[in-house]
Design a protein. Structure first.
Length: 177
């Protein structure tokens, strides 16, 4: 739809014009992954568009066919402003995708400390595991994101919750940043 295209482009004027016509703010694309305008704005880092959509009533917890939602997408691109905005409008800090990867895990994969901090401060569980038994701490260690390792540990992440084969000593290989 035109609203989806404008949201993805970050065209705030076009988004506002479309909303004025009464278009479904939570409408989905006609093909997989059936994303909403908010999801497209989140993955493209269009914070101003996200704000307008949320203020106009976009549901931050709707899921696409791959179970991603605006929160998991925002966390994966690491934009802390988007994560904080979604949290303000009721998005779950423990949102997950179809593999049970949490928004926090997605932030950890990319080493996005500020996004991870926002999630943790909102109550994200640092010990949640994906279907593959991988925790956010595992991702932080695997990516050698030392500051993120420290952040997760300071918020209660368990060293013993690492995937089998990973040793706590690996933490020492990551500089604290």
């Amino acid at each position: 739809s035109t609203l989806h295209e404008a949201s993805e482009r970050g065209d705030l004027s076009a988004v506002q014009s479309q909303l004025a016509t009464g278009v479904d703010i939570n409408g989905r694309l006609a093909a997989p992954p059936w994303s909403t305008p908010l999801m497209l704005a989140a993955v493209r880092r269009r914070v101003a568009v996200m704000r307008v959509l949320l203020e106009e009533g976009a549901n931050p917890n709707l899921r696409a066919s791959d179970s991603n939602c605006a929160m998991t997408l925002a966390a994966s691109v690491g934009l802390a402003d988007s994560v904080s905005l979604l949290l303000k409008f009721g998005a779950s800090p423990n949102a997950r995708d179809q593999n049970a990867e949490s928004a926090l895990a997605k932030a950890a994969i990319g080493g996005h400390v500020a996004a991870a901090r926002a999630l943790l401060e909102a109550g994200a569980d640092p010990n949640v595991h994906s279907h593959s038994c991988i925790s956010p701490l595992h991702w932080a260690i695997n990516g050698c994101h030392g500051a993120l390792v420290e952040l997760l540990l300071s918020h209660g992440a368990y060293m013993s919750s690492l995937q089998p084969g990973l040793l706590p000593v690996q933490r020492r290989a990551c500089p604290p940043a």
